[in-house]
Ligand binder design. Structure first.
Ligand SMILES: *Cc1c(COP(=O)(O)O)cnc(C)c1O
Length: 804
């Protein structure tokens, strides 16, 4: 445990921050001053836990990710440092409420969804385990857009998380790297060449400390901001050409201006490629410099650095590291290749073909001419070796260059070939990698694909978000269990005890009351916390099937109206999630949910039995409010399409039952919590694949499903959009024409599963027993378990450097 500051010291630091950093006295300070002073005070304690600059015995981990979905940091940091109560008391002396101040902290929304949140959880977990690690990413000026709902539709507004500065960060102007783009390549000696970029942009470092549990250690998140080398052309300025005077600055700074709002389809935009190269190149320059400063030869880099690529966005690291080693440090090609492959490992996050990144060769040649040469050479060597392998797969399929679609570089191929390890993020996903998209590459490199099932930080998603549940776990299993809640299996031992179940139910009830208050305040919607809270919160995407959920909601509504005597437990159907701004179908689904909500919520016949809510602007903070209050977790993706999911883990860890398909990590959740404590339905990945090979006609699927047919007719004919009857006709027509996501095919199974849930809900005691089994089974999905897997099987960290 780190040395904790005394209450008096904390008070003195806080007042000192207010006075000397903000120029305020307690009398004239406004709320934001108090928040900033509180953050600066906590940051001091984190700095004290920063790992001394001494070098680890083995490797440092470098985690490269285009996204870090951090959310707020004050609650997590206070919890990990054990300073929450002390700070609360000190603030109270000045009439300030810690909770009220925490609510003012903006979410650092530097990510779209699961991939970015995973990176944030892993940084915290590495700090908690003492893994020497640095995360690298982009300091976007505007994170993911802020979603507002106007007349049922998503409207995107810019997110302005930096408007009150970011008190957590340290600007490091001395760690600024010139990153080149464009230009030409001159011949060099041996394997090397000399790249003369036409344009240069500065990558300036901003460090955010991330403190681990009990303040043992702090890792660094180093985010780069783009700045112009030449901020102002005085000559143009003096001519009165104001736009020309700052043109370079505008162009350069565009790189870190916004996060691309898409987690599934790479937009073919040059700016995105510039972002990817920008942060990857800056990260590699930074880590190579550190290696040299440690007095090491670059030939040993692979023994000192584990470079983990979070998806293909930083895949250019393969070519950039080769360029640094060969062109700038004079290594021979083969030597450099060994170092590169020995250092880099790649995590794949999707098998959706449309989401696998490719870049036109012509764009690469223009923007990164030397890297294109290097990629061609890597490809030539690779295909040469492949051609000599007996029974090798088709070379056109193995090639890093896709020759069919106007010549494009396959970034996943580049990452695969340039890495010593490639991993999927759930057992199913890793198996499907091996069997489908990566099958030919896997045949050339047996053993390279591994699995590391995702995890979530128990500090943020259990102790921070649901402190009452954490206390019950501490009481049941011992407080020290919270130090490492990877094994919670004995929490289930008391599940048969009625008093224990009641306490568990009371904790859930209090969390539901809190959420109900929010629904009342924000949406004017009254819901009874005794109802079943049925929740689907995640990015809006066809494969995640919010449409399936809302169609079933309509079917339920029809039933309640037609047969009001039926004994069906009352439910809240809660949705939240953002749609990528260019994803028309996803936006239509948001509108449909809101239109359905406004019809159902105003119907006096069903008012005591069913309500539908869409909470706008889904982000980490909203997830922290909703997840502890959920009874039922909707994890209903089309089987084979969700790589892992992490939302599913957070819900189950907080005692929600999952209704889900055999997809991603749902399969492992079912194994851990037991089949009797989860509601599984629908087609398997294999069945989906078979159906895709020989799709049935929608008439065939719909025959014998009159309720679903009625629901579709109602939606198509404007029952939920009376002012514009045709609003949803195209959506329904498309669904009938092509059921790619198996919404019609899985509907009957899903509806039956929901009625099974109704049956389970009727026995409140048994339900709490199942909730306990979920909590107990999900310790396994701690990010600490995932990080230990990476550390042992991929990074090979020596035990001396971390707590294994
Ligand atoms: C956990 C989390 C996600 C990922 O959710 P999935 O259900 O796994 O897609 C996305 N966004 C936020 C804010 C999260 O906290």
């Amino acid at each position: 445990m780190h040395q904790q500051p005394s209450r008096a010291a904390l008070r003195q630091t806080l007042l000192g921050k207010l006075r000397y950093s903000l120029g305020r006295s307690p009398e004239d300070a406004v709320d934001h001053d108090w928040l900033t002073a509180a953050i600066l005070t906590v940051r001091d304690a984190m700095v004290d836990a920063w790992r001394p600059p001494s070098t680890p015995v083995g490797k440092r981990v470098y985690y490269l990710s285009l996204e870090f979905l951090i959310g707020r940091s004050l609650n997590d940091s206070l919890g990990n440092l054990g300073l929450r109560e002390a700070l609360r008391d000190v603030l109270a002396e000045f009439g300030q409420s810690l909770d009220a101040l925490e609510a003012l902290e903006p979410d650092a929304a530097l990510g779209n969804g699961g991939l970015g949140r995973l990176a944030a959880c892993y940084m915290e977990s590495m700090a908690s385990l003492g893994v020497p690690a640095i995360g690298y990413g982009i300091r976007y000026e505007h994170g993911l857009f802020r979603q507002v709902i106007e007349r049922g539709e998503q409207v995107e507004r810019p997110e302005d998380w930096l408007s009150f500065r970011n008190p957590w960060e340290f600007e490091r102007s001395d760690r600024a790297y010139e990153i080149g783009f464009g230009g030409r390549v001159e011949e060099g000696e041996g394997d090397g060449a000399h790249w003369v970029p036409a344009e240069r942009v500065l990558a300036v470092s901003y460090d955010m400390p991330v403190v681990g549990w009990r303040g043992h250690a702090t890792t660094t998140l180093r985010l780069f901001r783009a700045r112009a080398v030449e901020p102002l052309f005085l000559e143009a300025f003096n001519r009165g050409d104001l736009a020309g005077a700052v043109s370079e600055r505008v162009r350069a700074e565009a790189i870190s201006r916004v996060l691309y709002p898409n987690d599934s389809t790479p937009e073919g935009q040059e700016l995105r490629l510039r972002q990817e190269y920008f942060f990857t190149a800056a990260a590699l320059r930074d880590l190579v410099l550190r290696h040299i400063r440690d007095g090491e030869d670059l030939r040993t880099l692979n023994r000192r650095a584990a470079i983990q690529l979070n998806d293909t966005h930083p895949a250019l690291a393969v070519a950039e590291l080769m360029r640094l080693l060969v062109d700038e440090h004079g290594l021979a090609w083969n030597e450099a290749w060994e170092v590169t492959r020995g250092s880099i490992a790649y995590t794949n996050h999707t098998l959706l073909p449309e989401a696998l990144e490719t870049w036109p060769v012509s764009l690469m040649e223009r923007l990164l001419p030397r890297h294109m040469q290097i990629i061609f050479r890597i490809n030539a060597v690779f295909l040469d070796a492949a051609a000599k392998t007996p029974g090798h797969p088709d070379l056109a399929v193995l090639s890093l260059i896709d020759e069919h679609h106007g010549r494009r570089v396959r970034m996943a191929h580049l990452a695969f070939v340039g890495s010593h390890s490639v991993n999927g993020v759930s057992a199913l996903h890793s198996r499907l990698m091996e069997e489908t998209v990566f099958a030919p590459l896997a045949r050339m490199a047996p053993g390279r694909i591994r699995n590391v099932t995702n995890g979530v930080s128990p500090r943020r998603w259990l102790i921070g978000a649901n402190p009452a549940l954490a206390d019950l776990i501490a009481e049941t299993c011992g407080r020290e269990r919270l130090d490492d809640p990877v094994d919670l299996t004995d929490f289930a031992a008391r599940a048969g005890d009625a008093a224990f179940r009641e306490r568990l139910g009371a904790i859930k009830h209090a969390n539901k009351e809190r959420l109900a208050r929010r629904l009342k305040d924000q949406l004017g919607l009254a819901v009874d916390p005794r109802w079943l809270f049925d929740v689907q919160i995640k990015r809006i995407h066809e494969y995640k099937r919010q449409l399936l959920n809302i169609l079933e909601t309509i079917a339920l509504y029809d039933t309640l109206r037609a047969e009001p005597w039926r004994d069906i437990p009352p439910r809240l159907k809660l949705f939240a999630g953002k749609a990528a701004s260019s994803y028309v179908t996803a936006k239509t689904i948001i509108r449909l949910i809101n239109d359905v909500a406004s019809v159902i919520n105003h119907d006096p016949v069903t008012r005591d039995r069913l309500k539908v809510a869409f909470l706008p602007n889904y982000n980490v903070t909203l997830a922290e409010l909703i997840i502890p209050a959920a009874d039922l977790s909707e994890q209903i993706s089309t089987a084979g399409m969700e790589a892992s999911g992490t939302g599913n883990m957070k819900f189950a860890l907080n005692g929600a039952l999952t209704i889900g398909t055999l997809d991603g990590a749902n399969i492992e959740i079912a194994e851990r919590v037991g089949e009797g404590n989860i509601v599984i339905f629908g087609m398997t990945a294999e069945e989906v694949a078979a159906e895709r090979r020989a799709p049935r006609r929608s008439e065939e699927i719909l025959s014998g499903q009159s309720r679903l047919a009625d629901v579709l007719d109602a939606v198509a004919s404007g029952a939920f959009s009376p002012g514009e009857p045709d609003r949803y006709r195209p959506l329904v027509d498309a669904l009938k024409r092509d059921d790619t996501f198996m919404i019609l095919a899985d509907f009957a199974a899903y509806e039956a599963a929901q009625r099974r849930v109704d049956g389970l809900w009727r026995d409140a005691g048994a339900w709490q027993g199942m909730a306990a089994a979920n909590i107990a089974g999900c310790g396994y999905f701690s990010a600490d378990r995932s990080i230990r897997d990476y550390a042992r099987t991929i990074w090979n960290l020596p035990p001396a450097d971390w707590r294994g």
